[in-house]
Design a protein around this ligand. Structure first.
Ligand SMILES: C[S@@+](CC[C@H](N)C(=O)[O-])C[C@H]1O[C@@H](n2cnc3c(N)ncnc32)[C@H](O)[C@@H]1O
Length: 306
């Protein structure tokens, strides 16, 4: 399936704002490359990781959208997403998915979250010095679904799961990963000791990626991915939902009902400044609501009232 690729030259100072606007209108992936590299295959591709900033002053920002997306409508949405940004230098082309998978995998390195959670691309090994006996290792190919660990919202949720495991709150538990993308959070929960995980996503690519990654990690019998229409209306002691703030607010009744009394929830996909609205919406059903920030993004956690 072809995809629509948007490229745009920008400065280092402009990059976070452009990136945020692109993600807000549904970019599947955003990468940065050095503007001055000579040939495309020599370009240093850089996806901003946790706490990392690109080195270049001038860069080329590239975003991938679903095939069939109209460039005109996209520009209209981008203008609405942030009226102060200039998109006149944006250019578009159709790309085959293979190009993107290759670029993604080539620049993707093992990353650690919290004390012992490792996200390792399927074609890499744990770095030397990592404690292989203690590590909870997820081997991942994000494919075309969101969820490689490099986005702050994923990182915030992975760090929370790692903490939960250290507190003994994951061992043997059932976990719901709502908006599972690549399945990264469900897989991390299983590797950290959860007994079973359910993934839910409204994107068929995500369900395929989650199934593939469950096979790759040898946990296909513990992880099942559903569309929102088919997910069992069950309740779980641990729920993670990394979707946008607007979706968390719209789905508050459903998500609250998915958490058992005394169970815990972590929500992300929340831009800094949106956390109070999310907390307000969940206040009726949850205690101990807290917000944690990473870069421009927030995580809200809470404990379901008994
Ligand atoms: C930001 S990604 C998170 C992926 C992964 N869980 C992670 O933490 O990296 C959000 C995912 O939620 C899915 N999603 C968004 N809105 C949804 C909804 N209303 N119901 C189910 N899935 C949804 C998207 O398709 C996408 O895969």
């Amino acid at each position: 399936m072809p995809f629509l690729e948007l490229t745009l030259p920008c400065t280092e100072a402009q990059q976070p704002r452009y990136e945020r606007a692109l993600e807000n209108v549904g970019a599947l992936a955003v990468t940065l490359a050095d503007q001055h590299a000579d040939a495309p295959d020599e370009q240093a591709i850089f996806e901003p990781g946790v706490g990392e900033q690109p080195l270049w002053n001038e860069m080329q920002l590239t975003a991938l959208f679903e095939g069939g997306t109209s460039p005109e409508l996209l520009l209209y949405a981008l203008d609405a997403a942030d009226e102060g940004l200039d998109w006149s230098r944006a250019s578009f082309r159709e790309v085959e998915d293979q190009d993107w998978e290759r670029a993604w995998m080539d620049q993707y390195e093992p990353l650690r979250f919290g004390r012992r959670t490792w996200i390792v691309p399927w074609n890499h090994e744990l770095p030397e010095g990592a404690d292989a006996d203690d590590a909870a290792v997820v081997r991942l190919d994000p494919g075309l679904a969101f969820g490689s660990g490099t986005h702050p919202t994923t990182a915030l949720c992975l760090a929370w799961l790692d903490e939960m495991a250290d507190e003994g709150a994951l061992a043997g538990q059932r976990v719901l990963d709502f908006g599972c993308g690549s399945g990264i959070l469900a897989l991390a929960a299983l590797k950290l000791g959860a007994a079973q995980a359910i993934g839910v996503d409204n994107d068929p690519q995500a369900l395929t990626a989650t199934d593939d990654n469950a096979q790759r990690n040898g946990v296909a019998d513990q992880l099942v991915a559903y569309s929102p229409e088919t997910e069992p209306a069950d309740a779980y002691p641990v729920v993670v939902a990394n979707i946008l703030a607007s979706a968390l607010i719209a789905l508050a009744d459903t998500l609250s009902a998915r958490v058992v009394p005394g169970g815990r929830i972590a929500m992300s996909g929340i831009l800094a400044g949106q956390e109070d609205e999310v907390i307000e919406r969940y206040r009726a059903d949850f205690d101990d609501l807290r917000a944690e920030r990473m870069e421009d993004w927030m995580r809200v956690t809470g404990v379901r009232r008994r």
